[in-house]
Design a protein around this ligand. Structure first.
Ligand SMILES: *[C@@H]1O[C@H](CO)[C@@H](O)[C@H](O)[C@H]1NC(C)=O
Ligand SMILES: *[C@@H]1O[C@H](CO)[C@@H](O)[C@H](O)[C@H]1NC(C)=O
Ligand SMILES: *[C@@H]1O[C@H](CO)[C@@H](O)[C@H](O)[C@H]1NC(C)=O
Length: 975
């Protein structure tokens, strides 16, 4: 019998821990009202069921009820004498029945409770909506309020049978007197709460998500947080009135308390239901995730309230609340410290350990006081308490466990991560060059390497391509893995099906897919594309012109939007990729004797196989508008493995910088793996951090595989990338002139420069606060949080230290502004952005070259400025979700400086290259920037010239020719 409370207590603590780990990543937060209703309902039903069905519980209640000895109080509240009235067993309880609350009083209280719960849910929803502006937690103070209530109702009248014998030791005497003080709960819970309140997230763990003074949440959220804490105190104060023994050791609600509480929970769920409305169940493809999350949370809530009721029964409401508060504080603080053991990010490690030690000790003191309550008085020998000797052991264990992450936390690093990364990039680039350009690069060498890489012979026309590439002085003959990877799934569709899908897409102008037909060595626009997008198709035709005579007849579908179009869910895609492998010819080694098995010519009469584009399709469109809405789950993470984090976690608190979401691709604060950084599957927090995922302007995409050529795409999309006509026809051109010279590095202003529009996505409901461009501007010009930089105290020790915004601006003042105005917004989001950012003057594109560090970031799609930036003598910084055709040719840290989409390392990077904060090394670092800028310039002029775009495109179109040829499995050039 005595084991039961410990059993319940353990389950209760486990349920609390589970909830405190799951809640921050739960999809339940997407529909806060509905989630609250469900959880209230389930919890209420659990409580009622537990109460109605408790045959064994009745006996247990008899034997284990905890007595609280106290003074007896007469009607005037005067103390009359001591008498122990704690026993509730037997006839004693009958004579105290008159102490129950009156019926009217009970009803009144229940009504107030109902109202408060409903109000609390609404306030909680508001806090959730404004989470990005949340301040420190005030809910941690609820135990203090409960302790005060407890003092007024019970403790004030309590007189413990203190063992007055002098123990001879002052320490023990002191411990005893504190244990028996009437104020013990108030003091211990106050200390616990205060330290918990001080354990807020430091600036180093804050994301760059914007909390703007122009936002109503700026003042609103902290206010609602306080209000929420007050409501919570009122609710649990009332719960305590109903459940806990009153001044005379009897529950005021006369044993019906739990039923009342359960009833109120069910009733408040019912009151909230019409407010929430069932019809609002919209959440799109996340419905499944939402339901699964809410089921998990509801189950946890069942266990939580079921065991919580037991804990309250044995230990009072206040104690249950203290246990929950403590468990939350301990778990979250432990996990944060554990996850951030690396030098980055900087944490207040010692301060936190100190606060947590105090929290743990205060918790110990609380338990100790609790023990005094139950170990004095008559029922002591039968009381089923946590064995007293456990308390110090538990406290010690908790302390030791907390010290582990504290001890493991590294404070300093011996090498600057950027130095390691730059060196690693040099090696990586050398390997790339070796692999991409190996051998003599004769036709047969290149064809052989093609077969080695892709398992089949190169397409017909490859010999002409090879000659063309040679004529264009191409350096890269081997590395066309991007083409291979982009086309891979399309092998799952038959040539006829592919041609049909092209026709379907280009024959409907409303789809914003432009068609180009190649017939008899000439390319022309097919169908009637929108006039505004014509330049794009004209640019493509221009790019094809030098080699179009060598292409077989074919039709092509080009995406005219900036946003990508095709994302196939992970499982279907895997099956499709498998088909490529299955379709490979049985040609293990490269042997020119196989020549007879393959034809080096495309099928004749190809033109007839394509349906004319001006023959309009009447089929329903396979593209669905996902624009203006969150797109991360419908159009982003569907491309990820079902067990990946992106598909299972919802990081609904955008204020937190999810360091473990970025850890796989980072070294310290910096990106170490540019390719992996583009993989969204381990980065669920990106849902809040990019315009494309928050609210794209024109997302009209398909879950079917439709062969659409796009200029860029994020991870998981199956668009076929081709070199951007924007770059080919120089829409943004590197063209310094006398008025705007590209001065030498030393004469450049050593600051960060960016100008652009708010075109990343459409902001209608405050989405702008998460978009990368907006965060960039806010972070560099309006930041109010301190930012980490890595500085060295001695030559081989580097520490991350926080610098205040004013210090940072005194060191470097970036010139980063929106220009010429704020676009793509609605409602109050336009004036709010104007107020928050203001805007700068329009600048000539050629003005860029005055500045040493040029920032480049996505717009609605990729950024067309990056290649001109690379051509200049300035150093480009790049953060991007979108990947282009040249991905892999350039090496991050070798040719440009990569910046994570979270941008938390931006200031540290600028400080590093601007040579700030590290005297003596200043010149060296500035030199390093120059070297990267020079290498980028040199390399881009070798491998990302217009000629290279043609060569890439030529090869891509030959592949496309084979893919759409009815005889594709026997086509190939074996030389
Ligand atoms: C308390 O436990 C003792 C044995 O440990 C038992 O004899 C006694 O009856 C119990 N008292 C009550 C009130 O259950
Ligand atoms: C390569 O250049 C030579 C000489 O200018 C020319 O005759 C040949 O047609 C070119 N080949 C291709 C594929 O453009
Ligand atoms: C942000 O900075 C810009 C430029 O200094 C200024 O015009 C704007 O008022 C600032 N916004 C806020 C909210 O401080």
């Amino acid at each position: 019998m005595a084991l039961f409370p410990i059993f319940y207590l353990t389950i209760f603590v486990l349920a609390t821990t589970y909830i405190s780990i799951q809640a921050p990543i739960s999809f339940a937060a997407d529909l806060p009202l509905h989630s609250s209703i469900l959880i209230l309902l389930v919890s209420g039903i659990t409580i009622v069921a537990c109460e109605l069905w408790k045959p064994t519980y009745a006996n247990e209640q008899q034997s284990s009820y905890v007595a609280i000895p106290m003074h007896e109080i007469d009607e005037d509240g005067e103390e009359r004498g001591e008498r122990n009235v704690g026993e509730r067993s037997g006839s004693a309880s009958a004579s105290y029945e008159n102490q129950h609350l009156s019926v009217a009083m009970t009803r009144g209280l229940l009504f107030v409770l109902l109202g408060t719960v409903v109000f609390r849910v609404e306030v909680g929803r508001r806090v959730l909506n404004g989470m990005h502006c949340a301040g420190r937690s005030y809910e941690v103070f609820v135990p203090v309020a409960l302790a005060l209530l407890d003092f007024l109702l019970v403790r004030k009248h309590e007189r413990l049978d203190v063992n007055t014998e002098d123990s001879g030791s002052k320490v023990i005497d002191f411990a005893r007197s504190t244990q028996h003080s009437k104020y013990r709960f108030i003091i211990s819970s106050f200390v616990l709460s205060l330290c918990g309140h001080l354990l807020s997230i430091p600036d180093s763990l804050r994301s760059s998500y914007i909390c703007s003074p122009v936002d109503s949440a700026y003042r609103g959220t902290p206010f609602f947080q306080v209000l929420m804490a007050m409501l919570e105190a009122i609710i649990f104060g009332m719960v305590s009135l109903f459940l806990d023994p009153g001044p005379r050791g009897l529950p005021l609600a006369g044993g019906k308390g739990p039923l009342y509480i359960g009833g109120i929970m069910i009733a408040s769920a019912l009151v909230l239901l019409p407010i929430a409305g069932i019809s609002l169940f919209f959440v799109g493809s996340t419905v499944g995730l939402y339901v699964w999350s809410i089921v998990k949370l509801s189950l946890a809530a069942c266990v939580f309230v079921g065991t919580g009721l037991r804990v309250v029964h044995h230990r009072r409401t206040m104690t249950a609340y203290v246990i929950v508060t403590f468990t939350n504080l301990y778990t979250s603080n432990f996990i944060i410290t554990w996850n951030n053991r690396q030098p980055y990010p900087d944490l207040p490690n010692n301060y936190w350990l100190f606060l947590m030690t105090v929290v743990i000790l205060a918790f110990g003191a609380y338990l100790n006081g609790q023990h005094a309550t139950v170990s004095n008085g008559k029922s002591v020998q039968n009381n089923s308490r946590l064995s007293p000797c456990w308390t110090p052991v538990l406290i010690l264990l908790l302390l030791v466990a907390r010290c582990v992450p504290w001890y493991l936390k590294e404070a300093a690093t011996t090498t600057h991560p950027i130095e390691i990364l730059v060196q690693a990039a040099e090696t990586e680039h050398k390997q790339y060059v070796k692999a991409a350009m190996m051998g003599t690069q004769t036709l047969s060498e290149v064809a052989k390497e093609y077969h080695r890489r892709y398992g089949r012979p190169p397409p017909p026309g490859f010999d002409v391509w090879h000659e063309y590439a040679k004529n264009r002085s191409t350096l890269i003959y081997h590395d066309y893995d991007n083409i291979y990877n982009d086309l891979l799934p399309y092998w799952a569709l038959s040539p006829g099906e592919l041609r049909d899908r092209v026709w379907e897409a280009i024959s409907q102008p409303d789809l914003y897919v432009g068609g180009i037909s190649v017939r008899n060595g000439k390319a022309e626009i097919a169908g009637q594309p929108k006039p505004t997008h014509r330049w794009n198709l004209d640019g493509i035709i221009k790019m094809m012109e030098p080699f179009v005579q060598y292409l077989p007849d074919m039709d092509l579908a080009f995406n005219l939007n900036d946003e990508p179009r095709v994302v196939v869910p992970y499982d279907s895609l895997q099956a499709m990729k498998q088909k490529y492998t299955d379709s490979l010819p049985q040609m293990k080694t490269w042997d020119p004797k196989d020549q007879k098995a393959f034809s080096p010519h495309f099928s004749p009469e190809r033109a007839k196989t394509w349906r004319p584009a001006n023959e309009k399709s009447t089929r329903p469109s396979r593209f669905h508008g996902g624009g203006f809405h969150q797109s991360f789950y419908d159009w982003g993470s569907v491309g990820c493995r079902p067990d990946s984090r992106a598909r299972n976690e919802r990081h609904w608190n955008p204020q937190i910088h999810c360091t473990d979401c970025a850890a796989p691709h980072r070294l310290g604060a910096w990106i170490k793996d540019w390719a992996l950084a583009g993989d969204i599957c381990h980065q669920p927090d990106l849902a809040n951090l990019h315009g494309f995922f928050l609210s794209p302007a024109a997302l009209d995409a398909s879950h079917d595989l439709i062969p659409v050529f796009s200029q860029s795409k994020p991870y998981g999309f199956q668009d076929i990338r081709y070199p951007s006509p924007w770059n080919y026809v120089d829409k943004a051109k590197y063209g310094p002139d006398d008025k705007h010279p590209d001065v030498n590095w030393d004469e450049k202003e050593k600051t960060l420069f960016w100008r652009g529009q708010t075109s990343e996505g459409v902001s209608r409901k405050g989405e702008w606060k998460g978009m990368a461009r907006q965060r960039l501007v806010s972070l560099t010009t309006n930041t109010t949080n301190s930012q980490l930089v890595l500085s060295s105290s001695s030559p081989s020790t580097y520490h991350y230290t926080s610098l205040s915004p004013s210090t940072l601006h005194a060191l470097v003042s970036p010139s980063v502004r929106f220009t010429p105005n704020i676009v793509r917004c609605d409602n109050s989001d336009c004036p709010n952005q104007e107020k928050h950012f203001g805007y700068g003057n329009r600048v000539d594109f050629q003005d860029h070259w005055r500045y040493a560090f040029l920032y480049d970031t996505d717009g609605a799609g990729f950024s067309g400025r990056f290649i001109p930036f690379l051509r200049s003598k300035s150093l480009p910084f790049k953060s991007a979700l979108f990947r282009e055709w040249w991905d892999g040719r350039l090496t991050a840290w070798m040719h440009f400086v990569p910046i994570d989409l979270r941008m938390t390392e931006l200031w540290a990077t600028v400080a590093y290259f601007a040579g700030v904060g590290e005297d003596g090394k200043k010149a060296g670092r500035v030199e390093q920037g120059k070297i990267i800028a020079e290498r980028g310039r040199e390399w881009v002029n070798k491998v990302i010239r217009k000629e290279d775009m043609e060569v890439y495109f030529f090869r891509l179109l030959l592949e496309w020719g084979r893919l759409t040829d009815d005889a594709r499995d026997t086509l190939g050039l074996v030389v």
